[in-house]
Design a protein around this ligand. Structure first.
Ligand code: PLP
Length: 385
């Protein structure tokens, strides 16, 4: 049976990633199950999406209820659940961000931020970071540094400059009168789990303000409690001009958002989205955000992340170069390529991700149980000794 599904995906789908030999058919909490009912500890969580784990009862209930009530509602009409979700989103994000554009993915949220920045500043150019990742659509991939994502699709959107991450003088040299915006991740996810330095982001904020450029923070991977705060911005007391969100916003249901400050004005008709803000996704996002708050999952991510790191360090790990971490966003840089270790983890029923060639990336659900994390630590200690 399992092989049939694999064959069907290969035959009829555009295969988007190197596939693991696992057909996931069901999930509960931090576990995924294959057809035979075998459990796997999910340290990928839909690539940072399933912060509440799988089939969280509050999310299931909200989606079920909304599916029976109203699934779609265009922007030409008002909608009850969309309005409540927007209010909640503005409440939880940094206080200078006063409105949200709703879409369906991270790339679309980035795309909107780039358009809004050009519109607001009337300037053409953007500065982003080396090793940054912002998505796959034409604008988002133009903003993304890694050549392998960009090269086959040229010509891309002009006007992007990539600067070394955490080097203030290079950023200072790159921002000029033509810079519409600087866009940064606060922990580079795909690029290797690289946290930003406090003095660098403070300098970025000041340089943008002084030179009339906007500061866009891409919290698509870091948002919604992942790093031990509701948003990674809070680690730095940072007020960006725009913020892009997706992944954990809907707890698994596709939804993205571009948060904007009060000065940015988007005239009616200039931008849009058919599916963006549909009631089903909004119901999921509202339930997810309420659960992040009610269950204090930011604190849980901070505590479990610290526990993971200190317990992992209890045994000598000769293959590890360094562990980089903020909350439950974990990167373990090893001295060789990671693919072999990822395969061995899977053999031991643990699913993990790479971030670049030699970093093991773990983005477990924030509700992962201590015993499950203990098992991950034990296996990593065995494999990386
Ligand atoms: C920081 C960041 N920005 C943007 C994206 C693109 O999001 P999506 O895949 O939903 O388009 C991702 C996805 O991994 C991401 O990690």
């Amino acid at each position: 049976m399992t092989t049939d599904y694999q064959q069907l995906e290969h035959e009829y789908g555009v295969v988007l990633a190197a596939k693991r030999d696992l057909v996931a058919v069901r999930g509960k909490g931090a576990l995924l199950y294959d057809e035979a009912g075998q459990a796997y500890i999910d340290c990928v969580g839909g690539i940072g999406v399933a912060a509440l784990g799988h089939s969280h009862p509050k999310l299931v209930e909200a989606v079920q209820r909304q599916a029976e009530t109203l699934i779609t509602c265009p922007h030409i009409l008002y909608n009850d659940i969309r309005s409540k979700m927007l209010k909640k989103l503005v409440e939880v994000t940094p206080k200078n961000l006063t409105r949200a554009f709703l879409c369906n993915s991270g790339s679309e949220a980035v795309e909107a931020a780039l358009k809004f920045a050009r519109l607001h500043t009337r300037r053409p150019n953007f500065v982003t970071a080396m090793r940054g990742f912002h998505g796959r659509t034409m604008g988002a991939v133009s903003a993304t540094f890694t050549k392998k994502y960009r090269d086959s699709f040229e010509p891309l959107i002009p006007g992007f400059t990539y600067v070394p991450f955490n080097k203030i003088e290079k950023l200072e040299a790159a921002i000029d009168d033509n810079t519409a915006a600087v866009m940064l991740e606060l922990v580079q996810g795909e690029g290797g789990v690289n946290p930003i330095q406090a003095d660098y982001i403070a300098a970025a904020r000041k340089l943008c303000s002084d030179r009339g450029a906007l500061l866009i923070i891409d919290e698509i991977q870091t948002g919604f409690c992942r790093t031990g705060k509701f948003f990674a911005c809070e680690h730095f007391d940072l007020q960006p001009d725009m913020m892009t969100l997706a992944k954990a916003l809907g707890g698994g249901v596709p939804i993205g958002a571009t948060m904007i400050n009060a000065d940015i004005n988007i005239d009616v008709g200039l931008h849009g989205s058919t599916f963006g803000g549909n009631p089903l996704a909004c119901a999921a996002a509202l339930a997810a955000m309420e659960t992040y708050q009610d269950d204090n999952l930011a604190q849980r991510a901070a505590e479990m992340g610290a526990y993971f790191e200190s317990r992992l360090a209890e045994k000598p790990l000769s293959q590890v170069r360094v562990v980089r971490r903020l909350g439950l966003m974990i990167g373990i840089e090893i001295k060789h390529k990671v693919l072999d270790i990822l395969a061995q983890l899977l053999e031991r029923h643990i699913i993990a991700l790479p971030a670049g060639p030699n970093v093991i990336r773990l983005l477990p659900p924030l509700i992962i149980e201590k015993e499950q994390l203990d098992r991950v630590i034990e296996v990593l200690q065995e494999l990386l000794a």
